[in-house]
Design a binder for this molecule. Sequence first.
Ligand code: NAD
Ligand code: MG
Length: 334
Amino acid sequence: MATIYYDDDANLEHLAGKTIAVIGYGSQGHAHALNAKESGLDVVVGLRRGSSSWTEAEAQGLRVVEVADAAREGDLVMVLLPDEVQGAIYREQIAPGLEAGNALLFAHGFNVHFHQVQAPADVDVFMVAPKGPGHLVRRTYLEGGGVPCLLAVHQDPSGTATQRGLAYAKAIGGTRGGVLVTTFEEETETDLFGEQAVLCGGVTALMEAGFETLVEAGYQPEIAYFECVHEMKLIVDLIYEGGFEKMRHSISNTAEYGDYVTGPRMVTDETREEMRAILRDIQTGSFAREFLLEHQVGQPRLRSQRRATSESLVADVGAKLRKMMPFIAQGKKA
Ligand code: NAD
Ligand code: MG
């Protein structure tokens, strides 16, 4: 089982007098920068000149400079850019600003694990990865709580990476939720596997196949959408709150019985074998290579898939049904 650290295990003194450079001001960047600043740390945000986030970060009381300047100023440099651009920006704008004793931080292990970022040997490299989106990292911090984080140390020439990592996690609220220790390898491979096989790829493919099976059999698309797509949220919310037990307790006995007898017919030995193959593609770096090449050639696959998705029946039906439920948009978090 994982080692877990809490507030009392972390000391902000390890970052006293240090400048924290947060590179990027997107989902994670805004939350890390604001939380760390409000925890009393000296924070500078690094962005491209002309970026729309520049004025936004300044309006929220942060000091903003260009990426290369932030990297130079920062004793700790947290890289919160999209994964596919981190390698190039690291080499061109961040690496020149790193000095012996600095620390290079990530919120996901992709670029270090797959060798896109190779830091100098005298710089600490570690990861503080919140297990939730940035808006939740920010909201829970303001409420006095925090999203649990993963901590992993890739290289530790200073001998203080764990202490500095825990202090950083404390500054963004993570130790209030708890910090689990992992490795870059474990975080990267499990994160990619989870999003591909289950959370994003697996779930959407399952919903779409269910929807198409009903439509093909002559049922109305609106009804199929409610049953196979829309209602996923009700089920997932119950699992989020109380695990499979709470979900199965809340649904009808009919649904629970169907769950037990039909689930194993959906995830067959063949499906499990495919899951292992997906995991192997991640472990060998084959997926990482494909994804990085996709970015280098201008993202043709991402673009055509996005277009195909937006033109699909399931998208049309969903848009139509959401118009009947204006309360969904009203309840949405900014
Ligand atoms: P994001 O897309 O929301 O934000 C990226 C930021 O980088 C934006 O401010 C953007 O303006 C800036 N940017 C993009 N290209 C740039 C360039 N060429 N030069 C300078 N700035 C540039 O990204 P995110 O979701 O916050 O992800 C950041 C990191 O956090 C990633 O490593 C990701 O894997 C990790 N992470 C994300 C989440 C999440 O839920 N979003 C959760 C945990 C970890
Ligand atoms: Mg520096």
